[in-house]
Design a protein around this ligand. Sequence first.
Ligand code: M6R
Length: 610
Amino acid sequence: MCGIVGYIGNKNCIPILLNGLKRLEYRGYDSAGIAYIANGEAHFVKNKGKVSSLEDKLRNLNIVSNLGIGHTRWATHGVPNEINAHPHFNMAKNLFVIHNGIIENYQTIRTSLINLGYNFITETDSEVIPHLIDRFLNEGHSLCRSVQFALNEVQGTYGIAVIYLNEPDKIIAARKGSPLVVGIGENENFVASDVSAILAYTKQVVYLEDGEMAVVYKDHFTAKTIADVEIEKEVTEITMTLDEIDKGGYAHFMLKEIMEQPDSVQNSMRGRLLFDEGTAKLGGLETVADRLVDSKRIIISACGTSWHSALVGEYMLEQKARVPTEVEYASEFRYRNPIINKDDAIIFISQSGETADTLAALREAKQRGALAIGICNVVGSSIARESMSGIYTHAGPEIGVASTKAFSSQLIVLALITLMIARRKDMSLVDGKNIAVEMEKLPDKIRQILKLNDEIEFIANEFKSSRNFLYLGRGYNFPVALEGALKLKEISYIHAEGYPAAEMKHGPIALIDDNMPVVFIAPKDSTYDKIVSNIEEIRARRGRIIAIASENDDNIDKLVDYSIKIPDTIRMLMPILSVIPLQLLAYHIAVKKGLNVDQPRNLAKSVTVE
Ligand code: M6R
């Protein structure tokens, strides 16, 4: 949520900042800005809208500068406009700050600074930071100490980068609750909220932890705590490549990421299935495997799409491993004063590994003594690092705001955990082997489904003008209905609801008429006959029906308007297949409506504020 990039070195920082901001735009895209120091003067340029309009503005200015910071914003406090865009500055306009996060006590600080004569020009919470730093500078402190004193006064979350005309040899970066890395180059260094912003220039990074800061010079950096204690930081080598974060010839990241699923699913299970033993080997869980297997209860906590994966995981763990499992929204979990026992295991799922609510729930669980396990996609992310043990999904970078391949990979990891626990309990070797064999077949089956792209695009064209959608599924496919509805609403702005199919009769059926498309997830499993009855009920009320059905189901065609036929697999793995047509349907409807599928309005890829 919001992106930060900073550069200090011998090169011109402007193209580096712009390039970094474009890479970060998926984190927020309502306004952007930079601040830089050149020829003994400090300047800023800001713009409402995308980084491309900032770039247009900068093009005519011919700036050359060796020190600058840039920000792309996702508004929390104050409308998205040029004034509220970052960087924010002090009254002398010689100190600039970019900020991710939320300053919760900004009203109190603002009032006290106004009483001291400070003028505020924005509606943001962030603007208190440069004025606070300025107050300490005026008392004669160095920039570093002034930043530390200022941060001691703020409550909330921050990732900040600061530059100051009177100390033009450094960028100060500090973190609490919002990710920040220092990139190490040769006679140049970087600051970024996400390694993708600086990957073109360096693969050597240092992750800051909460409560830490870095003073970044062009040829070295020092790390300390906000309380001014010097610390040693480890340099990490990034393995991600630039190709992985490019569109690779696709019109959108979302389509690329949908199409990548045969490979991403393969990567999620690579080396983790033991076919002869009919089980899974998860290196990240080795040290806690006994405790996990012996857990009396598993809680899975997450947000958004990751929460939908958690719901599928609940079915898997209860049905196959016979462990009582509960799923909690991370945001509710932490404020509900949950009953957590020492023999509970809590799994936190997050693509980004930076979701504020999930991270806070993880910390709460650890504090209460539960086994806290993370399932993350982004390597080195906060949740990955703070979990007691964890498993990476290895889906590769997901840039499209609508999560697709991360979801299928999360389901693979949940299936692997289920298999591992179930086999150490009472699942037979035969059943274990069957699951492993079925998992191995998934990439080819996904390839087969992706060939239906044109057919799904045709269906999307038929329904692009619909105002509402209903998605229905039973059992394992109920969370898929939720996920299909979420995909559609977030990128096409069509109102969509997911329901367990049987719940339809308890209310939503009142909505059905010939304007209401209903998507059924109806593979031939043990709930098939019941789903067919639900389809009949919709038909009787002239609802328009799209069914995701099994490839050998000839019966369904006479009941529905459109069917999308997909290969079968065992029930616990079916969501990994049945979600793919729903991703494509949402994608094509949004494209046909002329919408920006990769950067839908009001959303950000990584929700680092509560
Ligand atoms: O990075 P996370 O998995 O923790 O993110 C959770 C949600 O913010 C995320 O899944 C969101 O719902 C996506 N936009 C869904 O497509």
